[in-house]
Design a protein. Structure first.
Lengths: 537, 445
């Protein structure tokens, strides 16, 4: 029982003590608008998705080839030198060569629009599946390498030891065997892109000592009272009611809330029931009430989740700036990149938004910034790249982590998610499986999911469990088990370091994640209630 | 300081009215620092229970680092310390521990737990170190369901919604932020969206729940407020009057709309509702959970009501349209709060139910309200609908009734239909032939 002084501070009769106002450390914030879609008339959905793969390959092929050249130049097996092949169709049987292309995985349970069409029962959104793999028929999984010329089926034991997902750009070394399959000897990925220096896009702030960035996701507000008690505690904490003046010793845990400079909400702020309920009730009410009503129908739409969320935001906004990302269950467009939740949804909080953008210029970021998912930006000089978790969830469906321990338990799953996040960074592609199994906007001119710069903090929201890790660019790709040669991509001595964050769903865990702005160290604060013995019975 | 009054306030609310008081609701009601409010709760709890044990029950917030469920090498475990569901010895936690220990990247984990008074000792024993404990709420009986506390805070937020947090935050002990940006100027006005402005006197609308909270608080007095607070608290007579004033605000709202569309009958129709509305707050002292949701829904509309308006709707309707427009313009300019963007739809459900309850007062002209917003046209219009119903003698009678329906530009203006045109030819404003959409054609006659 440490610190009796703070304990006494609240548990004593009131005194005439004056309480000096506590001030929150300022936040430096400079979002990027990588994922902003053109608005209104310029947003088209007629294009073909093929362009995205072409763009991605065009962008990442030089990067991966550079690494491959370095690794495989002069590589020889039994006197045969590995030859570089430009297109996958140029691969000749029996010849040791390497080629770069896009991974495509054909999985037995993957949703397939052609199947749905032939069955004539396609639905709007395919039901989410835990995995696309069929554990009973592992042979149905096919991994292929494709480019603009054609496809090459990959084979070999190597594939089992690495993680691959559709959309990743890789270079493979091997030979084509008698079946026409490409026996893979080694795989190279683009690896981490250049990492910007801290404060690269901003003027360096006068150094303040250790601030914190707070991350939370999956608030899951459904409008019922049951889910908001933790939210109240979170509000209290962020506003500094949970003993904010105990900052005397820096080591105190939890950290003083006044050094939290910004709150990032990574999606799923509203509970899922909001959308499903409205569907059910609207279909029911349609039958009852005769004439169909257009537009707002109070009977079919439950406004209380968003109202409550708005109240929550409006309460903490006077004290802390917020970056709000849309998520799968939020009222935003469904396909990635999800655009920010419109400020009209927040009648109380919207006063803190930036004004509507004037034509042709990006407005100054608002105090309350409703941003896209995924989102990229600079906070306290660090580059952040994060999503609300759909990318991780989907890539995980391509991979089989269960076989190591038999069943997927919590820790294996969390470990797998961190590895997926690392893999995505090394693929330089934040959402590799879009547009294959994640709905995506059909980009025509560029693929924003390709990471141009390596973030310092890479986060995914709405994960089942908190998990964090640090990966380094210099280290040889540990995903490739047999990779023993130095890739030599390090530009400087230290190499890029990325803090990976799996942000748990707040509704499930009650956890808030704090990241130190100087050391990028992570701290977790859990909010909840203590269930007494009688309640447990 | 209102320090002297807290005992009275707590006695009134906790003991007499059996309500739950949290430190935040106390802090806001008495306008004191949250730390002071926590101390007040402690003091009250201590005194009452020493007078008569078990008379007041408390919940505590315990903040600190919880023990690792199993003896672990690293003190801070990135634990699933699911104390709230599972005992430390539960297989789930212990099975997850070994794995966590092998992972180098664990993060220190702190907990903020809400604990009942009876469990406090238990809960404390699960903590390795405690950085703070304070009383979260006081109530008369043990809270079976801690979730009721959310209702308290929601109610508190609603009651104090009109108080600008930027202004009062310091008083409440909120962490201040010097850089907060809030839009104050008028937005670029692409659309005539009616917005209410923050009135010059922010807390004109008093809280409805407790008489002691009903002090009209002029803005400039924020410092002087605390001294005067105690004197003001003894003026509960203001309760009923100002609550009546809140009701007309709703009507003014619709005036804003009607200024676009000159829809007068609408205001008449709303009248039956408002007495009920104004009656509700005064009777709301005992009811919490029930109308909370309603309050939450209404709140945005009532935020910062414009109290400078005449209270009677009759007077309001008599005002010329020009005046109203001017006022609207002014409001959008000094759009201090910029709080409410009211969609025309927002009041709609109210209207739609009306024609059923009430026969049309006269042959109404068919109205159309259009809001053009960012190039999108939307609004609603009144149409005459035929209703067939049985009268007292069992005959089927066809009655024409006006009703509202909304439309947007996505729907083409409905083509003039023969049937309504025959039955209600005079009802059509020129150029807007449309009434009823295609669906009403198929509806049962």
């Amino acid at each position: 029982m440490a610190s009796g002084s703070t304990e006494n501070r609240f548990l004593r009769p009131p005194s005439d003590e004056e309480y000096a106002p506590v001030y929150r450390a300022p936040s430096s914030y400079n979002p990027l608008h990588t994922f902003q879609l053109p608005s209104g008339q310029e947003r088209h959905y007629q294009q073909q998705y093929g362009d995205m793969y072409f763009l991605r390959l065009a962008k990442l092929k030089p990067a991966v080839e550079e690494i491959a050249v370095e690794a495989w130049e002069g590589f020889s097996i039994a006197g045969e030198h590995a030859r570089r092949v430009e297109r996958v169709l140029d691969v000749r049987q029996g010849e040791l060569c390497w080629v770069a292309g896009t991974i495509y995985m054909d999985l037995p349970l993957k949703p397939n629009i052609l199947d749905d069409l032939t069955k004539e029962n396609f639905t709007l959104a395919p039901p989410p599946r835990p995995t696309y793999l069929d554990p009973d028929h592992p042979e149905l999984t096919q991994i292929m390498l494709e480019d603009e010329s054609g496809r090459l089926r990959l084979a070999g034991n190597m594939l089992r030891s690495i993680e691959l997902a559709t959309g990743a750009i890789v270079a493979v070394l091997g030979t084509e065997n008698a079946n026409g399959d490409f026996e893979v000897v080694d795989v190279k990925v683009p690896d981490l892109p250049r990492q910007p220096r801290r404060w690269e896009r901003d003027e360096k702030q006068p150094s303040q000592k250790g601030g914190k960035i707070a991350f939370v996701s999956g608030l899951g507000i459904t409008g019922s009272s049951s889910d908001t008690l933790s939210l109240e505690l979170l509000t209290d904490y962020l506003l500094g009611f949970t003993g904010s003046q105990s900052s005397a010793n820096d080591e105190s845990v939890p950290s003083d809330a006044s050094i939290i400079t910004r709150l990032v909400i990574a999606g799923n702020s509203l509970g899922a029931s909001m959308t499903t309920d409205s569907n059910e009730s609207s279909s029911a009410s349609k039958k009852k009430s005769g004439p169909k009503k257009y537009g707002y129908d109070a009977s079919a739409y439950n406004a209380s989740p968003i109202t409550q969320f708005d109240n929550f935001l409006a309460e903490i906004l006077p004290s802390i700036p917020i970056t709000l990302m849309a998520g799968a269950s939020d009222p935003a467009n469904f396909s990635l990149p999800q655009q920010g939740i419109h400020r009209a949804m927040f009648p109380r909080s919207r006063a803190y938004c930036s004004g509507p953008a004037a034509a042709g210029e990006t407005p100054e970021p608002g105090w309350f910034d409703s941003v896209t998912n995924p989102w990229e930006g600079d906070v306290e000089g660090w580059r952040l790249w994060g999503s609300s978790g759909q990318n991780v969830d989907d890539v995980l469906r391509y991979l089989d982590f269960a076989n190591s321990s038999g069943a997927v338990d919590g820790n294996v799953d969390a470990e797998a998610r961190v590895r997926v996040m690392e893999a995505m960074l090394r693929w330089r592609c934040g959402v590799p499986t879009a547009p294959d199994t994640i709905w995506s906007y059909p980009f025509q001119t560029h693929d924003p999911f390709v990471m141009e710069a390596c973030p310092h903090i890479f986060f995914a929201g709405n994960q089942p469990q908190f998990k964090t890790a640090v990966i380094e660019g210099d280290a040889p790709l540990k995903l490739n088990g047999t990779d023993t040669e130095m890739t030599g991509t390090g530009d400087n001595a230290s190499g890029p370091q990325v803090r990976l964050l799996c942000i748990p769903s707040f509704k499930e865990t009650g956890e808030l994640v704090l990241v130190d702005t100087e050391t990028l160290e992570v701290e977790v604060i859990k909010f909840g209630t203590y269930a007494g013995p009688q309640e447990k019975q | 300081m209102a320090v002297a009054d807290y005992k009275k306030y707590l006695a009134e609310n906790v003991l007499n009215e059996r309500r739950t008081v949290t430190f935040r609701s106390l802090s806001r009601a008495l306008r004191v620092h949250s730390t002071l409010a926590k101390q007040m709760l402690y003091d009250f709890h201590h005194n009452e229970n020493s007078k008569k044990p078990q008379s007041v029950n408390a919940t505590y917030i315990v903040t600190g680092v919880q023990n690792a469920p199993a003896p672990a090498t690293n003190g801070h475990t990135n634990g699933d310390e699911k104390k709230d569901d599972v005992f430390p010895s539960s297989p789930y936690v212990s099975s997850s521990m070994p794995n966590q220990d092998s992972v180098p990247d664990t993060a220190p984990m702190a907990s903020v737990l809400l604990v009942r008074e009876e469990d406090l000792a238990d809960a404390k024993s699960t903590f390795e170190s405690i950085s703070s404990i304070y009383i979260y709420s006081l109530q008369q009986t043990v809270l079976q369901d801690l979730n009721v506390l959310t209702d308290v805070s929601r109610e508190m937020v609603n009651n104090h919604a009109q108080e600008d947090p930027l202004q009062y935050g310091e008083q409440w002990g909120i962490i201040q932020n010097k850089n907060v940006k809030r839009r104050t100027g008028a937005r670029p006005v692409p659309a005539p969206i009616p917005t209410t402005s923050k009135p010059t006197i922010p807390s004109k609308r008093p809280s409805e729940t407790t008489p002691s909270q009903t002090k009209p608080e002029p803005k400039k007095e924020e410092n002087a407020a605390s001294e005067q607070a105690s004197t003001r608290e003894s003026t509960p007579s203001t309760t009923s009057k100002p609550t009546e004033k809140t009701a007309p605000v709703k009507r003014e709202k619709s005036n804003l709309f009607s200024s676009f569309a000159k829809a007068k009958p609408k205001q008449k129709k709303e009248e039956p509702i408002t007495p009920a509305e104004s009656a509700k707050p005064s009777g709301a002292e005992d009811v919490f959970g029930g109308d909370d949701d309603d309050d939450a829904d209404e709140e945005p509309e009532e935020l910062f009501p414009d109290s400078g308006k005449p209270a009677s709707s009759a007077a309001a309707t008599r005002e010329s349209r020009k005046e109203r427009e001017e006022r609207l313009k002014k409001m959008m300019e000094d759009d201090d709060e910029d709080e409410d963007e009211e969609m025309p739809d927002a009041t709609e459900p109210l209207e739609e139910s009306k024609p059923i309850d009430q026969p049309p007062p006269k042959k109404l002209e068919l109205k159309e309200e259009i809001t053009i917003q960012g190039g999108r046209r939307r609004g609603r219009r009144q149409v005459m609908k035929k209703q067939v119903r049985k009268d007292d003698e069992g005959y089927l009678v066809t009655v024409e009734e006006p009703s509202w329906e909304s439309f947007s530009e996505d729907e083409p203006a409905p083509p003039p239909k023969k049937k309504p045109a025959l039955s209600a030819p005079k009802g059509k404003p020129a150029g807007k032939a449309g009434q009823g959409n295609i669906m009403s054609f198929f509806s049962k006659k």
